[in-house]
Design a protein around this ligand. Structure first.
Ligand SMILES: C[S@@+](CC[C@H](N)C(=O)[O-])C[C@H]1O[C@@H](n2cnc3c(N)ncnc32)[C@H](O)[C@@H]1O
Length: 431
């Protein structure tokens, strides 16, 4: 990478001010460097020290040989990716369309591939005959072993589960899931036929629309030739696994995890929640593990008088009306916080840190959110946060508890390797 390319890459993720702080030059100098197109042609104009500092702002390539490949759909800031990489996977395709999430992703995860924006540009290309779409998807997404997706759960509108399938049409999933982002995932599965799939979603996906939504997903996967490797305590119960992040980090966060393998590979082993328990940390997490020392926390995170008054009045009103909505106060000794949501930036009410009697509570800092989601370990500050607090709160609130996906990926790994061997002796079914 030339000096200019390096600077431009760093400046595409970080603000000019951040680059200025790192290099020790005024922001105006950085701005001038970026504008001086002639620098493009001069390979060496940064000092060695400046180059090193800039390179440190970018993620390092992973040189370990990979055990399997995967694609990261609806990638957010790469929480699921971190789990699958830790298990020996190599990410070879990423799709994420939020430009701020892409900055955080690019600051933390090395990509040999460009990050693809809106996945629908690939799965629903304009003006293309239906019969060509599958080929188009196949040409735009590399072959991979595992497809992972934490697809957003916007409302599914389902007109009668599997009614159209029973009419014997091909691709009933297209009729059933059209208009949802699961549809786009399903089209990729159809075109690429990965060995395995791992889908993550909110717990409510299971009960949404009286269970019909979930049934549509299961039916669609079945129709596409995939069998869900059941992940519940009771292997006989046909429920998908709900994993609570609370077992790994001090946050109550229940998420559904759907693991499926291509049926023709004969991977029948059941993954159970008991297996996930093997990966629980030795000691129970506590909120104190993720909190920063008070001298590290800027005063801006302390609630204003007005907001604190408003939240207390709001909570009182709701308490009187008999419902439990209100703020959630935690301290060092609390076992867990409530689920952090993408709206945390608004008032932070779901998780407030108690600062003692007669002191107004404060919100979590973005760094504490990174720890609460397992992106950083307790006391660690490695995960790069190149965006504003508002964007950072949204990104962490939308993301996953990383160690949950380290455990899921570790559990899947031997099955993926077995599937790879079996697939080697089978011809990939392509139509
Ligand atoms: C629930 S979040 C997933 C977060 C991710 N699992 C993580 O670890 O950060 C869903 C993500 O999908 C992205 N998204 C939604 N629609 C998209 C689309 N059509 N194409 C690409 N990304 C999309 C959103 O911007 C959001 O970051």
């Amino acid at each position: 990478m030339t000096d200019f390319e390096l600077l431009r890459k760093v400046a595409s993720i970080y603000s000019q001010q951040d680059v200025a702080v790192q290099t020790g030059h005024p922001r105006e100098v950085i701005n001038r460097w970026l504008k001086q197109h002639r620098n493009k042609n001069r390979d060496c104009w940064l000092t060695y020290g400046e180059r090193v500092k800039l390179e440190k702002m970018l993620p390092c390539p992973d040189t370990k040989p990979a055990d399997f490949t995967f694609i990261d759909l609806f990638a957010g800031i790469g929480g699921i990716r971190m789990g699958f990489e830790a298990a020996g996977g190599k990410c070879i395709f990423t799709s994420e369309y939020d430009r701020y999430a892409v900055k955080t992703y690019a600051a933390n995860h090395y990509c040999e591939h460009p990050i693809q924006g809106d996945i629908r540009k690939i799965t629903q290309p304009e003006n293309m005959a239906k019969e060509d779409v599958k080929k188009f998807i196949d040409s735009r997404i590399p072959n991979h072993d595992v497809l992972v997706a934490g697809f957003p759960c916007q409302p599914f509108s389902i007109a009668g589960v599997s009614k159209k399938n029973s009419l014997g049409r091909s691709h009933g999933f297209e009729d059933e899931t059209q208009g949802t982002l699961f549809f786009d995932v399903a089209r990729i599965i159809d075109a690429k036929q990965p060995l395995a799939i791992m889908l993550e979603n909110v717990k409510n996906l299971k009960s949404h629309d009286k269970g019909k939504t979930f049934k549509v997903i299961v039916n669609a996967l079945d129709e596409l030739g995939y069998e869900i490797t059941d992940l519940d305590y009771d292997a006989k119960k046909p429920d998908p696994k709900i994993i609570n992040g609370k077992n790994f980090v001090p946050q109550n966060r229940e998420r559904i995890v759907i693991v499926a393998f291509r049926k023709n590979l004969g991977i029948s082993q059941t993954l159970t929640l008991r297996d996930v328990q093997k990966y629980f940390p030795d000691s129970e997490p506590k909120v104190g593990d993720i909190l920063q020392n008070s001298d590290e926390v800027n005063e801006k995170y302390i609630l204003t008088e007005n907001l604190w008054k408003y939240l207390r009045e709001y909570a009182n009103r709701h308490r009187k009306a008999g419902n439990g909505f209100g703020f959630g106060l935690v301290n060092n000794d609390s076992r867990s916080t409530r689920t952090i949501s993408a709206r945390y930036y608004k008032d932070g009410s779901e998780i407030l840190v108690d600062r003692g009697a007669r002191k107004r509570p404060r919100r979590l800092t973005p760094r504490e959110c990174a720890r609460l989601m397992g992106f950083d370990k307790p006391n660690e500050s490695k995960f790069k946060i190149p965006v504003s607090d508002t964007q950072a709160y949204r990104q962490f609130g939308n993301s996953v508890v990383v160690p949950v996906f380290c455990a899921v990926a570790e559990l899947m790994k031997p099955l993926i390797i077995e599937a790879k061997k079996k697939a080697g002796s089978l011809k990939k079914p392509r139509t």
